[in-house]
Design a protein around this ligand. Sequence first.
Ligand SMILES: *[C@@H]1O[C@H](CO)[C@@H](O)[C@H](O)[C@H]1NC(C)=O
Ligand SMILES: *[C@@H]1O[C@H](CO)[C@@H](O)[C@H](O)[C@H]1NC(C)=O
Ligand SMILES: [Zn+2]
Length: 553
Amino acid sequence: MGSAHSQSTPNMLSSLAAVTLLLCCGQLAAGDRYHPEVKAKLRADRPTPAQAERTAAFWYNEARSAIEGQLGHRLGGGGGKARNVVLFMGDGMSVPTLAAARTLLGQRNGRTGEEAQLSFESFPSLGLTKTYCVNAQTADSACTATAYLCGVKTNSGTIGVTAAVPRRDCAASLDKSTNVESIAAWALADGRDAGIVTTTRITHASPAGAFAKVANRHWESDSDVRGDSQDPNVCPDIAYQMINSYPGNEFKVLFGGGRREFLPTDVVDEEGTRGRRTDGRNLINEWQNDKRSRNVSYQYVWNRNQLISANVSLPDYMLGLFESSHMQYNMEADLVTEPTLEELTEVAIRSLSRNEKGFFLFVEGGRIDHAHHDNLVELALDETIEFSKAIGRATELLSEEDSLIVVTSDHAHVMSFNGYTTRGGDVLGVSDSRDRHGRPYMTLSYTNGPGFRPHVNGMRVDVTAEQGFGELDWRSHVDVPLASETHGADDVAVFARGPHHALFTGMFEQSGVPHRMAYAACIGPGLHACSAAARPALAASFALLFAMLLLLR
Ligand SMILES: *[C@@H]1O[C@H](CO)[C@@H](O)[C@H](O)[C@H]1NC(C)=O
Ligand SMILES: *[C@@H]1O[C@H](CO)[C@@H](O)[C@H](O)[C@H]1NC(C)=O
Ligand SMILES: [Zn+2]
């Protein structure tokens, strides 16, 4: 019996394999078993690559102009001092997200797409950062904000404090030796201005990294602090800190969502939603009172029209809260009331540029992350494209000679860009390949998240037959069912343009990002490009010259 079994097994396997091959590819594919040769014939229903791509000259010329562009950048923006620093952070903008977003951008313009470029992909320097936190292999947006804004790795869920503070440990965070300042505060200390722009609640983890010191990122209003059985009078919430504490109270520009964290429960905001504060404070009024008492000009705005008018005659200080919670996804937003990230970025830069000494601005494309968590891949890519537009505007407004622009992400996600599709295939569509049962799968799918479909008879379901397939709220498929898709632990990219951009090449710790920006801007507690001590090579050559002069005597 045992031998009969072992004889039938190979036969069964080979007939199964034959069926699979028939279903999957129609004909026996050539190539090795790792790389079955899929039909690579371009399809007539897709944009086709430019004829020129078939020649060597096309690729030689492409390389030549890329090298010339790179050399031009190095001559123009390599040294000097960064008067202005802008840090753009795409929340959850993993490396595969960049590839997929640029392809979608190109396809929206009627091209094959793969060859397209996001605005910052032509920046002269590119590196990778390691995103792990002190107690976490896979980072969250709080410990990473502390890294790329304050220059210190810390515990998950904590902001503006070192890893000596466990999450939710209010008492530990009161010890001032655990508190760390952000590069926004370093800029203010040098007489420059600072501002933050985000599409999330402005009290959310990433923007909070610029001003808050808090043992739990979820303490956005006083009721959240109480909800964790802590006393907001001892450990104030993030919204309170932004309005009443240094450095948030000195920021010239504060744009984002999150009105509810600033208003008491008995106040209904401009768009009909109640506040969440249980301490009775109206922090929007407090912000206005503070600026009035300083005899400076100021404006609170909550919609796009008000932002556009404020841009015509800029006040000294601006607070813009455009939603009760997060700002809406660009593809779903009411464009009458809601400004785009590009518009917010432009007004912020115009406002901050009035300081001759310069400024630090943090701009977050915050909802790439939220869309990924929901497996809503088109929204994630569209938010990435919006983020790219904002950076494109900034490069037009700021000179490479005196302004350092850095573009990065806080952590990755588990979206993957699957094979095998021919050139120009819809990046939001199905792969040209099929699974071993002949079922289609999406070019962009996720390892985990809410988009799980139970298998039927041991087979994946055909997702393309689903009602609402491909609509904005249609989730791509996943392997592991989870309520929310997870962050990824892989590295994220850093792009840089402007003074000392080359510092951002290679592989480095995420906490090194603000130190590099501070070096180029000559601010903060670390090394500065402007001081001779920071230039060992120069110092050494002076010493050599001096020694030679002594010898000649
Ligand atoms: C307030 O500022 C205005 C204009 O900048 C100035 O004319 C006025 O004297 C200031 N008032 C006080 C009390 O400083
Ligand atoms: C802001 O004002 C400048 C200068 O007038 C103008 O060029 C720009 O388009 C305005 N931007 C917005 C978003 O209103
Ligand atoms: Zn997230």
